[in-house]
Write a protein that binds this ligand. Structure first.
Ligand code: CA
Ligand code: CA
Length: 275
């Protein structure tokens, strides 16, 4: 009987030491970490629903994998703009050149069980993007801005994850900045190519936008077309990786988490801040 109790005590102690579930932060720059959401008790939770956040250790990721680690002090703060957002103090632990946005994940499992690699897109990939642009009546050339491959769901077949943007990305002071559409047809697109069987190769468009008529300033807002793959991480610990996409709008930015449900990619978390 004594022995059983000591086992229970040890388990209780280890639970207290390692926070359960996962917390995902978006780093907009070195001094700003905002909560995208969490995975707790078997479900994804939007940032504004979180009531507390304990001190945690984070691994920091970009589109190609781990780029830093960080210590979160815990606590949640509501910023002046975007008062549905929740910020938390975070200190990067490695002195490395960083590109933002980046994503900090605290999770007790391996967030990237299979490597994500970048590759030079081939003519076949440009044809796939061109076909999707043609389907949307976008008369611009395919300009692939990110070409990544990994086995997202661990079925032994690699998926190809592409972003295409016209105009391409703009990076200033280590930060990706949204590009405004300049001409009709300028676009941003994120898609996945996935084999559903050995011969059934499908395209899944996660996000796409384009300028469909000239902007003269009399109505609406100018269109920001930048669409990007932010990171590819297992956010719920099931061994399958989710895709974080990034979007930009006029004076606003967003991140969306997409999970493969066996048939399609569905949104499980959305974060945004715009004025
Ligand atoms: Ca796969
Ligand atoms: Ca997962």
């Amino acid at each position: 009987m004594q022995k059983i109790w000591s086992v229970v005590l040890v388990l209780g102690f280890s639970v207290a030491q390692a926070p359960q579930g996962a917390v995902l932060l978006r780093l907009n720059d070195a001094g700003n970490a905002v909560v995208v959401g969490a995975y707790q008790g078997g479900r994804f939770i939007q940032a504004e629903k979180l009531t507390r956040l304990e001190a945690r250790r984070y691994q920091v990721f970009g589109p190609l994998g781990r780029i830093n680690q960080a210590q979160g002090a815990g606590g949640l703060k509501t910023p002046d703009i975007c008062d549905w957002n929740r910020e938390t103090p975070l200190t990067l632990l490695e002195r490395r050149a960083m590109q933002y946005p980046a994503y900090a994940l605290s999770a007790p499992w391996n967030p990237q069980p299979r490597a994500v690699t970048s590759f030079a897109p081939a003519a076949a990939h440009r044809r796939v993007v061109a076909a999707e642009l043609a389907r949307l009546n976008i008369k611009k050339a395919p300009n692939i801005t990110q070409a990544l491959r990994t086995d997202l769901d661990g079925d032994g077949r690699e998926e190809v994850i592409l972003s295409a943007n016209q105009p391409g990305f703009s990076i200033g002071e280590g930060r990706v900045e949204g590009r405004y559409a300049q001409e009709v047809g300028d676009y941003g697109l994120v898609m996945v190519r996935k084999l559903l069987s050995d011969t059934d190769l499908r395209t899944f468009v996660l996000d796409v936008t384009h300028l469909d008529k000239p902007f003269d300033g009399t109505e609406g807002m100018p269109t920001v077309i930048t669409r990007r793959i932010g990171a590819i991480l297992d956010l719920d610990g099931d061994g399958k990786m989710e895709i974080i996409t990034e979007d930009w709008m006029h004076e606003g930015v967003g991140s969306t988490v997409w999970r493969w449900n066996g048939r399609q990619f569905v949104k499980v978390l959305e974060w945004g801040c715009g004025v």
